[in-house]
Design a protein. Sequence first.
Length: 303
Amino acid sequence: MRIAHFSDLHVLDWDGVGAGRFFNKRLTGWVNIRLKRGHIHRSQYVRAIAREIRGRKIDHVVITGDLTNLALEPEFQLAHEILEHEMGLGADAISIVPGNHDLYTQGALRSRRFTTFFSKYTQCDIDIAVDIGTGHFPYVKLRGPVAVIGLSSAVPRPPLVASGELGMRQLDALVRALEHPEVRRRTPVFVLHHPVHNPPSKLKTYMGGLADADAFCERLADLSRGLLVHGHLHRRIQRIVPTRAGAILAVGATSASLHHEDEHRMAGFNVYDIDDSGAIRNLEAHVLDPETSTFHVEKIPEA
């Protein structure tokens, strides 16, 4: 089983969006894009990644959120178009979860914008998902030796706050998912936007961490192994989540659109190899060379 993982596309498209849509939290986002983000995030890199994955022997693709910048309809449409036409894989081969930028405002939540564009990538193979407003989560996809478990940590926050939260309803449903016999006999692959390793300070956790990371990890405590993939940090990283029965490997992907001098942050995607027994055999990063539009393989650095 080969799983490709990319994240934080941050595609930008304001065509047809009236000025009035920016008189809320988006105002700070607009300023950030004008001053910084719009210069370092490039949609052509996302297209290059989609085409590269299409040309490789990949069994499943996971995308860990922040497909958009400001949760505007044209941005969702552009991200959808890239997946449909550049990558060209069926919905059964792709799993997507939202990031905080996809739930940037209360309006994006109320209109269920993420669900409107990406619900076909969040279908559940067992009857455990609950409606949390964003959509139905957690969803489970049974694929060979793995159970892909998609979780939504995206919630609207005040300006300059990018933290996430899973919530009790989703965590309780996760317990039911992990108890399902078809899940128990497979290696779980948890897919969410925010990492579970929070910053050291309470302030930084409030600003950008996962509010209920400890409660989430407690639900995983009886697992002997598993893979947890995330985005949000815009860098490649691997860390261990200890459990009472073993350990889960937590791996982050960089932003798929990010132009950066550091190869651990430059745009690209990760690939994970899992054998028929469910053992995780290999992790690697495919890093984009912007000059040649080719990719080279690097190790994913340990924290």
